[in-house]
Write a protein of this length. Structure first.
Length: 294
């Protein structure tokens, strides 16, 4: 993301939160960062496109925060879910005024492209909860994984409402631990009673299908990039990429640690950037962003 594009997004967030989406003009957003109105359209096609970029920006922030926990070794799936849930509360509370404005104005109800994006994120969130449930409780909960994901999502969303929309002062870590404990109680009851699952794979399949193919998680994308570059540079017979292969190994080793060393990661990324090899730019950008949440 270019600096100017980021400035426009940040300016729009402030103005939308202060004045509302409908009351804020494109001219005001352009004026706030010192560019002409026409120049703004070289970054965003429309006001709706800008709003969509804001949601994408927020989701990326949250995804990188979640990934920083997911990459830690030696942390149980249960404790990781607690940390991730607490971080989720923190990120939404940090942007409380913006999300309150969106709810009050019902902006999403009238903007199809933004609706489609949010629908995709809802499905992706459900998939994340499903994976978390399976990691914590194992194969025994498999038949009820989608039901448990829906229950967990419902509990988190409801408590989020009290925290964010009603402005109640809640301890995020305590709330997250409480919700995961209640999930354990629910799972215990489900396994004891063995009811018929509601959200079976057959029932939920159309929902997942309609959302399209969910993009890979950030951690998966980084691993894919590491693998791709390793194959590409291993095949290079010139010997010029030997140091860069070493950098890939160091990056992978650091990401696998309980507490990755940011200085080491930044040093390896600096080495890759200095190489001038364009094929490494995607990996560099992802690791750069990730180190900001460690």
């Amino acid at each position: 993301m270019t600096d100017k594009r980021r400035q426009l997004i940040e300016a729009a967030i402030r103005l939308f939160a202060d004045k509302g989406y409908h009351a804020t003009s494109i001219q005001e957003i352009a004026d706030s960062v010192g560019i002409a109105k026409g120049s703004l359209y070289s970054y965003f096609q429309s006001k709706e496109d800008l709003l969509l970029s804001i949601y994408s920006h927020y989701y990326e922030l949250i995804e990188y925060r979640m990934t920083s926990f997911a990459l830690k070794r030696g942390v149980s799936p249960r404790d990781r879910l607690i940390e991730q849930t607490a971080a989720l509360f923190e990120e939404f509370e940090r942007s409380r005024e913006f999300f309150l404005m969106q709810m009050k104005e019902q902006v999403l109800a009238n903007l199809k492209d933004t609706q489609d994006f949010m629908y995709h994120m809802i499905v992706k969130t459900h998939t994340w909860y499903t994976q978390s449930v399976l990691e914590i409780f194992g194969d025994r909960i498999q038949p009820y994984a989608n039901d448990c994901a829906a229950l967990l999502n419902g509990m988190i969303s409801e408590f989020m409402k009290y925290n964010i929309f009603y402005g109640l002062n809640m301890d995020h870590k305590q709330t997250a631990a409480f919700l995961v404990e209640r999930m354990e109680d629910l799972v215990e009851g489900i396994l004891r009673r063995q009811p018929e699952p509601v959200l079976t794979p057959e029932i939920i399949a159309p929902l997942l299908k309609l959302s399209g193919c969910a993009p890979l998680s950030i951690s998966s994308r980084m691993m894919e990039e590491l693998k791709r570059l390793r194959i590409l540079w291993t095949d290079d017979q010139s010997g010029e990429t030997e140091d860069y292969l070493g950098a890939l190994n160091v990056i992978e080793e650091e990401l696998a640690k309980d507490s990755p060393n940011q200085l080491v990661l930044k040093g390896m990324i600096a080495l890759l950037k200095q190489s001038g090899l364009p094929e490494s730019s995607a990996l560099c950008e992802m690791v750069d962003k990730l180190t900001g949440y460690m």
